[in-house]
Design a protein around this ligand. Sequence first.
Ligand code: ARG
Length: 463
Amino acid sequence: MSTDKTIEKPWTGRFNEPTDAFVEAFGASVGFDQRMYKQDIAGSIAHAKMLAHVGVLTTKERDDIVRGLSKIEAEIQAGDFPWSIALEDVHMNIEARLTDAIGITGKKLHTGRSRNDQVATDVRLYLRDEIDTIDAELKRLQRALVELAEREAATILPGFTHLQTAQPITFGHHMLAWNEMLQRDNERLADCRKRVNVMPLGSAALAGTTYPIDREFTAKELGFDDICRNSLDGVSDRDFAIEFLSWASILLMHMSRFSEELVLWSSSQFDWVDLGDAFCTGSSIMPQKKNPDVPELVRGKTGRVFGSLNAMLTIMKGQPLAYNKDNQEDKEPLFDTIDTVKGCLKVYADMMAQIKLKPDNMREDALCGFATATDLADYLVRKGVAFRDAHEIVGKAVALGVETERDLSEMKLEELQAFSDAIGDDVFDVLTLEGSVAARNHLGGTAPEQVKVAAKRAIELLG
Ligand code: ARG
């Protein structure tokens, strides 16, 4: 990055002294906003075409600008662009270079526009493009989960409440619970995109412009769905970024919960899954360790994303209309969140496509903790016992199991009948793990048959 003192800023007309060197570096955003160069150039090309369309530029001027900007895009892509701190941001860097390249016509590009509507347009275009990439990555993770659910529709593990064994469930059902959350995230993202894809360009500095601009023309060129209806709001609104950060926070909250489960499941105490060597690391001192770094990091990055949401809300809360320099602070939390979300989704989609299960261990654990106690109570209800009485009867049977260290399914019929004469020899059908899950065969239930139906629907929703 150049710190050349001879570069002239485009706004020095009313100034008598140069900017303090530290202030110049302190205020510059080019170090981080240059990543929007493509959107900045696309926005400028659309603006120049619009100006020619309404007769403010000649077609020759328009063509020179478009050619110059395309050349600059290639220079930046090739890493051949002289970024300068003195020119503050991506916008002034590109504009100054355009004038270098094509002469005085370059100075006409900024007609009827301000950096205020320019930057708001660039950020929205950039975020819109990233939302599309994120959407594809989110769907890839969802597909991995749904395929795993389909394969493991009948694999049994204990389901928990309070992290205590509650009832047997199927692994497929558990994966589809995660997919439900991600499906809502997927729908929320599509909704957020609608409000991101609205064009501020034409708001100019804050009040609009005196030129006969055609905002519909520019919006069409740039693929915007709508146009900001108020110029003051257009340049100062950052709700769209806050909404995306809220979206990302909810997604990461989900992924963090998921991570917590994977950390537990891959521990030697649970030993239900193997995350794969490619997704774990070792310890520099303990040779036996295989640490679940990926889920731990995703859980940790959740804090970072929540922090960005908080930063953005706080950046906005004290600002009067319209644009204020505070708004320059919108970019780093937003960009960091985009990068973080993309990384988390990518690593999760790859990891979940390769995860190995240990069904024998899950099954063994499902057999501990009296996971089918509710099934015995439901059985008694079907035999005419009131549910509260059935609850009491089963509680006593469980107490015997605790005392003699046996599951209900391991007791003799006569032992069970001592608690209730409503118990017949068909009781063992409901005390097995398979019987228990298969019985929950309704919309939203854990039965393998339902998991298959739900997985099919989930795939259809993914399109
Ligand atoms: N770099 C600035 C930003 O990110 C661009 C807009 C500057 N506008 C201004 N009036 N100083 O917000």
